[in-house]
Design a protein. Structure first.
Length: 586
């Protein structure tokens, strides 16, 4: 039986820009037919739909797909990911919005809460403390440069989702199910909501807020309020985000200047002691292990999480390749400089014993020591709560779009319902999952170190997928060396570093001789891997076992919802059905 030799054209509804991109994708698809000619999965058209694509029945030689176990994903399916697509929100994000978005996403609870925990994890060694932050800072830049190349090849919303699907397209739908379901389950705001509640309560006079469940309840209420705003109007949420981003940048400047003030202004003027001395810079005050050092790295990396978020909403960015290339590095440079001076101020102003015991409230302790009770504890501590609150807005904004993209794939139950933008033209229903998961765990009574544990649990699968995405650059350069020349190419050093470093962060915590750092919790690495295994089992059940037992194949088609959103639907095609009696693509 002859294989297919057709070239799908751009749809009649495409804009001129999309048509140009579609032409490029057609060439890519033609190459895919020759390179992957051994694959038997084909795109299917009904007789009524052939005219739309400029084809007649005689133009196509088709071959039956066979059973689901024989079906593998062709490069033709993922090649369409390279076509830019518009969306109901329109392209409204420029360079400034990209900069503020990344700053809002990255600067949240991390730098104001994890520094003291990292200091403990490295045994109170100032040198190792800064080594951890330098590694995390370089990782943010190296990862960004890798994603800029991937984004120039695939300029559409989704970020890692589309990068992984485009790179690892076989076995069919495995990577889609694995990454998307994991993202859905880990798309919560628990850590930032906890810090928001703790700093808010501490700023108005509450003591011992780390042990107080009231801070969790305050965080849960705030998450609910922000979800309601995002559900009603995306533009209102973006205006609020830009305003809070301005306050956050002001806070970063204040904290950075605090470090310079404490270090360089004479003690006779500041009245502050200098607790950072060269003779103790390399000394270790408490024992630490490889496991705790890795935990410190995960927390520092968590403080930079969000460097890749502009690619998540690429469909909403004006000229996404150029805009993100300009805005994202500026945002990261601002954040890295600010982080250095903030961490420097922690070590200079706060004595070792107090720093090691301050936990998540280290930011408030710094303000209180320098500016006193009124300005330091109340005003500036409240500004940290605002910073964490602004981060929650940005995270919810991005998570809602990622979750909507996941439901647009159509493989999860009730995908049509949760993907819809009805009734306000916003991803209201996609907000349900981050809202429900966050509020559920916030109102549960948990040990005091739950914040520390959640950071590690969140970071573990994220670093695994980042490593796979960056390693995919090697695969794509080899696969696309003839037809695709990305407008941005990153240095091999960045790609190699990201791949090996993420591999290290994935393997090292699995050491069976490591002691569990968190009493009352299962080991975070094994917990994350167990969740990944459940996702693989779901894929095998839906796309392999059930089709085999039911003697049908799962065929993907596009449908348009009442709000204009295009999504995928999986229809059953039984073995005795003629090939061309399948549903017409929309």
């Amino acid at each position: 039986m002859a294989k297919n030799h057709y070239k799908p054209l751009a749809t009649t509804e495409a804009s001129s820009q999309q048509a140009t991109a579609a032409s490029s994708s057609t060439n890519l698809t033609t190459k895919a037919n020759s390179v992957h000619s051994e694959v038997d999965d084909v795109m299917i058209f009904s007789p009524d739909s052939l005219h739309t694509y400029g084809l007649n029945n005689d133009d196509i030689d088709v071959e039956p797909i066979g059973t689901a176990l024989e079906t593998s994903r062709t490069f033709e399916e993922v090649a369409q990911l390279r076509i830019p697509e518009d969306n109901p929100y329109g392209r409204h994000l420029g360079v400034y919005s990209v900069i503020t978005m990344i700053i809002q996403r990255i600067v949240g609870s991390g730098i104001f809460a994890v520094s003291a925990i990292i200091y403990n994890d490295v045994g109170g060694n100032p040198f190792l403390f800064f080594v951890v932050w330098i590694i995390a800072g370089y990782m943010s830049f190296a990862g960004l440069f890798c994603f800029l190349e991937l984004g120039s090849m695939i300029p559409r919303s989704g970020g890692m989702k589309v990068f992984l699907e485009y790179t690892y397209y076989r076995p069919r739908m495995l990577m889609s199910v694995l990454y998307n379901t994991t993202s859905l389950l880990f798309g919560f705001m628990i850590s930032n909501a906890i810090i928001f509640g703790q700093y808010f309560l501490y700023s108005i006079g509450y003591e011992n807020v780390v042990q107080n469940m009231l801070s969790n309840y305050v965080g849960a209420i705030y998450v609910i309020i922000i979800c309601c705003i995002l559900a009603y109007s995306t533009k209102v949420a973006m205006h609020l985000q830009n305003f809070m981003s301005f306050l956050k940048v002001a806070l970063l400047v204040i904290m950075s200047l605090t470090g310079i003030y404490a270090l360089f202004v004479p003690r006779s003027i500041t009245g502050l002691p200098n607790n950072l001395h060269f003779d103790g810079f390399f000394s270790t005050k408490r024992p630490f292990t490889i496991s705790t050092f890795i935990s410190a790295l995960l927390k520092a990396i968590f403080s930079f999480s969000g460097w890749n978020n502009a690619h998540v909403v690429a469909n909403e960015v004006k000229d996404p390749v150029k805009t993100i290339k300009l805005g994202a590095p500026i945002a990261l440079l601002i954040i890295n400089i600010a982080y250095f001076f903030i961490n420097l101020s922690y070590l200079v102003v706060i004595p070792d014993e107090e720093l090691s015991q301050s936990g998540e409230m280290v930011g408030s302790l710094l303000f209180e020591k320098i500016f006193g009770d009124v300005i330091g504890r109340r005003l500036l501590t409240f500004s940290v709560a605002i910073s964490a609150g602004g981060n929650i807005i940005t995270v919810l904004y991005h998570v809602s779009r990622v979750d909507q993209e996941i439901f647009r794939e159509g493989f999860l139950p009730f995908s049509k319902f949760f993907a819809s933008n009805y009734p306000f033209g916003t991803p209201l229903r996609a907000l349900f999952f981050p809202l429900a998961i966050s509020v559920f765990f916030l109102v549960l009574k948990t040990p005091s170190d739950v914040y520390d544990y959640i950071i590690n649990l969140e970071s573990y699968p994220q670093n695994l997928f980042v490593g796979l995405s960056c390693f995919g650059i090697f695969i794509l350069r080899r696969r696309n060396e003839i037809d695709v020349d990305p407008s941005i190419r990153t240095n091999y050093i960045h790609v190699i570093f990201m791949t090996l470093f993420c591999l290290f962060l994935t393997i090292a915590p699995l050491n069976p001789f490591n002691e569990n750092e968190f009493e009352g919790f299962p080991q975070y690495a094994y917990t994350a891997l167990f969740i990944l295994l459940l996702c693989v089992l779901y894929w095998a059940f839906k796309f392999r076992l059930l089709p085999k037992l039911g003697h049908y194949d799962l065929e993907r088609k596009e449908i348009t919802l009442s709000d204009g959103l295009v999504m995928k639907e999986w229809a059953k095609k039984y073995d005795d059905e003629p090939l061309l009696n399948r549903p017409t693509p929309v």
